[in-house]
Unconditional design. Structure first.
Ligand code: ATP
Ligand code: MG
Length: 388
């Protein structure tokens, strides 16, 4: 048998807080969306009305997390205001037809409800009975709703939007929150669409690097031991995730790089682990790709790799110095500044280098890094490819 050493984890303090379904108490940079939800839904409590709301935004923009956080907090607030309210979350990728979605809702109230033998219409009536008996307002969240619409059209949404008119329940008993990456409203038929007012559509824009920084800083505080990731490395994570504006990518990379660091029994996540994690998620630097570069491009990448082996970012000035030393080492002619700069730009455009201009105390400078491959690995590859 292997002798597993019982080493203590040095990076991850609470793994649950990195999992996909954990929802933090606060969601940085989503105040606007949460306030809009509150403005729309407070009428449910104040004036017994219903609401139909649509949340839209691309991958990892916090739609699901925001809806969950809002429902949790709103239910509590409503109960303090003396209003009985409950909510049901249906993931329509998993429950992707009307019958399954209805079953999910009914079994929220009756854990042993049989999963066959009832039609959609019958389950609707049963749901209405539960709502009436309990005297609650029910918020139904149809997450990733496009899967349901694709399968079964918009009938269910239509039925819910006039749930009360069909006299299943008293007026103002059921609200809907639809969530989708795409504009799912486009696929609704007239009847279902008319219940979604213009003002009831809430957009979730892609996160920018500084917003992702806030999110990742919060998450590292919750999930990791203090000081196990520093500012520069958090910034690198945020910059990588910002290429897609995707908080999930940032958190996944944080988890992967934390695990890689623990494997090495180190106590700080460094840039190389982050690049390793990124390369695992989507490899970009293939052998062919590197071979297809010209000699100068290879040398510039090699110089970058050498500088980045133990740090998150370098600068153009520093890189140009290293580039000169490297060309001399290989006996290759050294380009002037303008040419050198052109190559930096084209390597950046190709996604092989990442560069961004930042303001510093003394002016502006360009920070350069690689994010798609560990610098050490890139160095080895280039050294074996470049001819002496
Ligand atoms: N503002 C935020 N603050 C803290 N964590 C966030 C924030 N936004 C997103 N997250 C986290 O990022 C991950 C992705 O968020 P979420 O699942 O809500 O995205 P989504 O918009 O529903 O994406 P998809 O369209 O793929 O379903 C989750 O782990 C979530 O907790
Ligand atoms: Mg989601």
């Amino acid at each position: 048998m292997m002798a597993f050493r019982r080493t203590k984890n040095k990076i991850i303090k609470d793994h649950k807080k990195l999992s996909f379904d954990y929802v933090p108490r606060e969601l940085p940079n989503r105040d606007k969306q949460i306030n809009r939800l509150f403005t729309l839904f407070r009428g449910v409590v104040d004036s017994d009305i219903s609401q139909n709301v649509f949340l839209q935004g691309s991958v990892g923009t916090g739609k699901t997390a925001t809806a969950k956080r809002f429902c949790l907090d709103f239910k509590k607030w409503a109960s303090e205001e003396g209003k009985k309210l409950d909510y049901i979350f249906v993931n329509c990728r998993r429950s992707n037809n009307n019958s399954q979605a209805m079953w999910k809702m009914v079994s929220h109230f009756d854990k042993r409800f049989p999963d066959r033998g009832f039609s959609v219409g019958e389950m609707m009536k049963i749901l209405g009975k539960h709502i009436k008996e309990k005297g609650i307002h029910l918020m139904i969240i149809l997450d990733e709703v496009d899967h349901l619409i694709k399968k079964d059209g918009s009938e269910l949404i239509y039925l819910f939007s006039r749930f009360d008119d069909e006299s299943f329940t008293p007026q103002g008993s059921v609200s809907l929150i639809l969530i989708s990456q795409k504009n799912a409203l486009e696929f609704l038929e007239e009847g279902a669409l008319s219940s979604f007012k213009r003002g009831n559509r809430i957009k979730f824009p892609k996160y920018n690097p500084s917003e992702l920084y806030d999110i990742l800083e919060q998450r590292s505080g919750l999930a990791l031991y203090p000081d196990s990731i520093k500012e520069q490395e958090l910034q690198l994570l945020a910059d990588i995730a910002a290429k897609r504006g995707d908080a999930r990518l940032g958190i996944e990379l944080m988890e992967k790089s934390a695990l890689l660091t623990e494997e090495k029994s180190r106590d700080k996540i460094d840039a190389e682990e982050i690049r390793h994690a990124k390369a695992e998620v989507d490899p970009y630097f293939t052998e062919n790709r590197i071979r297809s570069l010209n000699e100068q491009e290879k040398i510039i990448l090699l110089a970058s790799a050498r500088l980045l082996k133990n740090k998150a970012f370098t600068t153009t000035g520093e890189l140009e110095e290293q580039y000169k030393v490297t060309t001399e080492g290989y006996g290759i002619n050294t380009l002037g500044h303008t040419q050198f700069w052109k190559y930096i730009k084209s390597l950046t455009e190709e996604g092989l280098l990442d560069s961004k201009t930042v303001s510093t105390g003394t002016g502006r400078t360009t920070k350069i890094t690689v994010s798609d491959i560990p610098a050490e690995l890139l160095e080895q590859k280039l050294e074996s490819i470049i001819e002496r």
